[in-house]
Design a protein around this ligand. Structure first.
Ligand code: AMP
Length: 355
């Protein structure tokens, strides 16, 4: 067991790392944040930090010496970095989960190999291959970058009238994945925690509404049948088990109009759609991550309130001034200076106490 007083290393310095560190501090742990950006949101709340590139082996080696366990809040940390660190200290979840989650093609192949349903997809590395992919997955589709895509970045809609040659040139990436467009009834996600020895905590499935590819609102719990919710939760546990994951796994899914559940993406880390758990659940996703990676017993993932979480994106940050007056709205700000468009600046969770 990693005891309170010992040090958790966090790769990545964004708001997910910040909230992980805050939960770790509440349990008496120390945190050391490693990321290339100084003054990042997580570094503002931790005493120990390293500002260096993820490829800097000297800095990574020094970092590993100061920590007892390592986790990450950002899945685009190079998998080689996680592997280098894993030779020195436990990295939870492991480098394998990271390698799969940061490559959309590996991710979909992995899901297919363990019997999890996804949208039809096809790898694309040329305009000719894009034409063949359209024949396989259909003319209404989404072309996505294989790597470094998040918050709707690196995505291009494909329609029956799209000029595929021009689309490929504009895509401007060496490799892509074409996915059929899913006419979903809603988007949901499930977050599961898994600890050593295979103990589980599963949060209620939540409903996610996106704007311009970025999460805007999470409604907890999701307005879906208990049958769909149970299947979604079972899928999330199945994936975490096959990854032999220790930590948190967020699974984003589409629910189709006939109740089919298709997995879109997985993230082996805390997730924006789990922010509601801070205020509405007995144990937040961040505390749960700390418990799982330190070998503490998992806490209850049950919720005492329903909730609606809204992200404060870009200029929306100003909305905290109104929300702060409402006793049932919990305001979280990430300490970022510049409110550029599309940047997640904070979130507000409106609690709806259960009677
Ligand atoms: P992603 O970066 O894959 O999470 O995609 C961001 C958002 O784009 C998703 O949450 C969906 O709203 C939308 N999207 C992504 N892939 C598809 C798809 N195959 N069919 C329909 N909508 C999609």
């Amino acid at each position: 067991m990693i005891e309170p007083g010992q040090t958790i290393g966090i790769l990545g310095g964004g708001q997910l790392g910040r909230m992980t560190a805050m939960a770790a501090h509440a349990l008496g742990y120390r945190c050391h944040v490693y990321c290339p950006i100084s003054n990042s949101p997580a570094k503002l709340v931790t005493k120990f930090s390293t500002t260096a590139r993820y490829e800097n082996k000297l800095a990574l080696g020094r970092f590993a010496k100061t920590v007892d366990v390592i986790t990450f809040e950002f899945e685009n940390v190079p998998a080689d970095t996680a592997e280098f660190l894993a030779e020195r200290k436990p990295v939870r979840p492991g480098p394998n989960a990271l390698r799969i989650a940061q490559d959309r093609l590996k991710e979909k192949d992995f899901l297919r190999s363990i019997g999890v349903a996804t949208a039809a997809y096809h790898a694309v590395t040329s305009a000719d291959e894009l034409r063949r992919a359209v024949e396989t997955v259909g003319a209404r589709a989404v072309l996505k970058t294989v790597r470094m895509g998040y918050d709707g970045k690196g995505q291009m809609p494909i329609r029956p009238d799209t000029d595929l040659g021009a689309a490929w040139r504009n895509f401007d990436n060496a490799s892509g994945i074409l996915e059929s467009f899913v006419e979903f009834a809603c988007e949901i996600s499930v977050i599961v925690a898994r600890s050593e020895g295979g103990k589980w905590a599963t949060y209620a499935a939540v409903e996610n509404q996106h704007l311009h590819g970025i999460l805007d609102t999470t409604i907890a719990p999701a307005r879906i049948s208990s049958d769909v919710a149970m299947r979604a939760e079972a899928i999330a546990r199945h994936i975490a088990e096959k990854l032999e994951l220790i930590g948190l796994l967020a699974v984003e899914m589409f629910v189709t109009h006939d109740g089919e559940v298709l997995v879109n993406e997985i993230a082996p880390r805390p997730h924006n759609s789990g922010h509601w758990t801070i205020d509405a659940c007995y144990t937040s996703q961040f505390e749960q991550l700390v418990r799982a990676i330190c070998g503490l017993p998992l806490g209850s993932p049950a919720h005492h309130s329903d909730a609606v979480m809204k992200n404060l994106i870009g200029a929306d940050i100003a909305k905290w001034r109104e929300a702060i007056h409402d006793p049932l709205q919990k305001v979280h700000l990430y300490g970022k200076d510049e409110a550029s468009p599309g940047r997640k600046m904070g979130h507000v969770t409106k609690l709806i106490p259960r009677r």
